[in-house]
Write a new protein. Structure first.
Length: 345
C-alpha cells in the first residue's frame, strides 16, 4: 500500500513539472550601404553671420520737426518711397522767395544784355547782372533741394529694418532714424587663413547651412581680398547667397562648407553610419545576418559622407539606418541595400 501511494505521488509530481520556455532573440530591421571607393571633396567649414546684401541707415538731411511717418518696420518699400516727412512751411517760403528773386534776376540780366549789345551799358554792369543771375540760380537750386529734402525717401528697394522716429519729434542730419535692407541677395563675410586662401577661387560654389531654416543653400564666393587683415591675420572672403523669397534674414547663423581638395578613390560611407562612443569611432557591418561592431579610423568628412581609413573593406555592408538599435552579435533583417552614391537595391 505504501509503495502504491509513493508511485502515485511521483507520477503527480512529474505531471506538474513545467518545461523551460526558450526566448526567441529579437531581429532588428536595418538598412545598409555597400562600402565603396569613390572621390570625396575635402572641405573647409566655417561659421559666419548672415548680413544683408545692402544695408543703408538713413538720416534727414535737414533739421526739423517730423510732420508724418508713413512706413513701419518690416514693410517692403521701393526706391523713392517716402519714409517720413518734415514740416515744410519755412522751406516752402524760402523756395518761393528764391523763385521770385531768380525771376527778377533773369529779367534784369535779359534787359542788361540787350543794352550791352547796344553799347548802352558798360561791360562791368553786364557782368554784374550775369553774376547776380548765377547767384540767384544757386540760391533757388539750394532752396528747391531743401524743400524736396523735407520728404525723406528710401534710397534702395528693400525692407524697412527700423524706423526710430514719431510725428512731432525733432531730427537732425547727425541722427540716423531709419534703415532699409536689401535681402534679395545676402552675404557672409569670412576670415580665411593664409594657408587655405590659395585653394579658393572667385565664383566657386559653396554650401551654406542655415540652421534656423533647416536648409542647405548654394552660395558663391563673391570676392577674396588680395590683402591680409592686420587685425585678424586672415584674408577677408565674401560669400553671396541668392535669397529671392527673402526667407534668409540678416543675423541668422550659417555654416559654410567650401570644397578645397578632391580625394581620389577612397572608401566612403554615409556620415550617419559612423557612431562615436567614449572617444572611439565605430560602425556596424552585417555578416551572415548578424550585426558586428567594428572600430574604425575616420578621415575627411564632407556634408553627408565620411572617409574610412582603417577598419572597413570595400564591398562590406554597413548599417546606416537602425545602427543605434543594434549591438554586437544582434540578429538583423536587411530591408534595403543602397550604394554610397544613393542607388537602391
Amino acid at each position: 500500500m505504501v509503495l502504491l501511494i509513493s508511485a502515485l505521488l511521483i507520477l503527480v509530481g512529474c505531471g506538474n513539472k513545467e518545461e523551460p520556455q526558450q526566448v526567441e532573440e529579437k531581429t532588428v530591421p536595418v538598412e545598409v550601404v555597400t562600402a565603396a571607393k569613390t572621390n570625396l571633396n575635402k572641405e573647409l567649414e566655417m561659421t559666419g553671420e548672415i548680413i544683408a546684401g545692402t544695408d543703408v541707415s538713413i538720416a534727414s538731411k535737414l533739421s526739423g520737426k517730423v510732420a508724418g511717418v508713413y512706413v513701419k518696420t518690416g514693410q517692403f518699400v521701393n526706391q523713392g518711397t517716402v519714409l517720413f516727412e518734415l514740416e515744410n512751411s519755412s522751406f516752402e517760403i524760402a523756395l518761393r522767395t528764391a523763385e521770385t528773386n531768380l525771376e527778377n534776376a533773369q529779367k534784369n540780366y535779359d534787359r542788361t544784355k540787350q543794352l550791352y549789345k547796344l553799347n548802352a551799358v558798360s561791360q562791368v554792369e553786364f557782368e554784374q547782372a550775369e553774376t547776380k543771375l548765377k547767384l540767384q540760380q544757386a540760391q533757388y537750386d539750394s532752396a528747391l533741394e531743401n524743400y524736396n529734402d523735407t520728404k525723406v525717401t528710401a534710397p534702395i528697394t528693400g525692407k524697412v529694418s527700423f524706423i526710430d522716429v514719431d510725428k512731432g519729434e525733432m531730427v537732425s542730419p547727425q541722427m540716423p532714424v531709419a534703415g532699409v535692407v536689401d535681402l534679395n541677395t545676402v552675404k557672409v563675410k569670412l576670415d580665411v587663413s593664409e594657408n587655405l586662401v590659395a585653394s579658393l577661387k572667385e565664383g566657386q560654389k559653396v554650401s551654406v547651412h542655415v540652421d534656423a531654416l533647416g536648409k542647405i543653400i548654394e552660395g558663391k564666393i563673391r570676392s577674396i581680398s588680395p590683402k591680409i587683415d592686420k587685425a585678424t591675420r586672415a584674408f577677408p572672403v565674401e560669400i553671396a547667397i541668392a535669397n529671392p523669397d527673402g526667407e534668409i534674414l540678416a543675423g541668422m547663423v550659417s555654416r559654410i562648407k567650401i570644397p578645397t581638395e578632391e580625394l581620389k578613390d577612397v572608401i566612403v560611407i554615409p556620415a550617419d553610419a559612423l557612431l562615436e562612443h567614449n572617444g572611439m569611432k565605430k560602425i556596424y557591418v552585417v555578416e551572415k545576418g548578424t550585426a558586428k561592431e567594428r572600430l574604425v579610423k575616420a578621415g575627411v568628412t564632407s556634408i553627408d559622407k565620411v572617409q574610412i581609413l582603417e577598419g572597413l573593406a570595400e564591398g562590406e555592408k554597413v548599417i546606416v539606418t537602425g545602427n543605434r538599435l543594434v549591438g554586437d552579435g544582434q540578429k538583423v533583417d536587411v530591408i534595403k541595400t543602397a550604394s554610397v552614391a544613393g542607388g537602391e537595391k
